[in-house]
Design a protein around this ligand. Structure first.
Ligand SMILES: CC(C)(COP(=O)(O)OP(=O)(O)OC[C@H]1O[C@@H](n2cnc3c(N)ncnc32)[C@H](O)[C@@H]1OP(=O)(O)O)[C@@H](O)C(=O)NCCC(=O)NCCS
Length: 153
């Protein structure tokens, strides 16, 4: 696992779009991915990107874990959890006390220490990014959050 490089962006997009095409996550444009490449960690195996996840700082007290994807043939091996933990550790290093996600994978994130909350708890998020989403008026993603323990920070 390592921080992403710009050369990884096409592979990150291919991984995300594999699931986005099945309506399991949102599509991301290349320009959006290049702009936010410093948010990403990836897992590389035999030269291929098999997992990715991003941490986006929202405010002084909040960051979002997003764009999490693990290649189908690599799932169930703990890679998803490792990617999430790396993002939580980065939030801790940055001094951020709380992370959240918007997801359809409620059971997976619950295994990673997140719990369900009302999405209305995240107004800045809703107004900064969700409002641009084509699914804004028909969104079925679930908001989940996890505290970043003081010791981790
Ligand atoms: C969700 C996803 C990232 C999980 O990755 P993974 O590498 O298979 O997950 P892990 O092996 O790290 O699993 C960690 C734990 O969650 C559980 N888990 C994983 N996927 C799960 C699921 N869909 N439902 C319930 N539990 C799940 C595992 O059994 C494991 O449990 P444990 O605590 O007993 O060990 C992966 O399935 C994926 O890429 N899905 C498609 C894209 C997607 O939906 N991304 C989320 C967007 S927010």
């Amino acid at each position: 696992m390592r921080k992403a490089k710009v050369a990884d962006v096409p592979a990150i997009q291919a991984l995300i779009h594999r699931f986005a095409d099945q309506d399991r996550m949102l599509h991301r444009s290349l320009s959006e991915l290049y702009e936010n490449v410093r948010d990403f960690v990836v897992i590389e195996e035999d030269g291929a990107i098999v997992g990715c996840c991003a941490l986006r700082v929202v405010w002084a007290d909040l960051a979002e874990v997003k764009s999490l994807a693990v290649a189908p043939d690599q799932q169930g091996k703990g890679l998803g959890r490792r990617l999430v933990e790396e993002c939580v550790e980065e939030a801790a290093r940055l001094g951020i006390p709380r992370v959240f996600c918007l997801t359809y994978e409620v059971d997976f994130f619950a295994r990673c220490g997140f719990h369900v909350v009302d999405r209305a708890e995240f107004p800045r998020k809703v107004w900064s990014e969700c409002i641009r989403c084509p699914k804004f008026f028909n969104c079925t993603e679930v908001a989940m959050t996890r505290e970043v323990a003081a010791a981790e920070r």
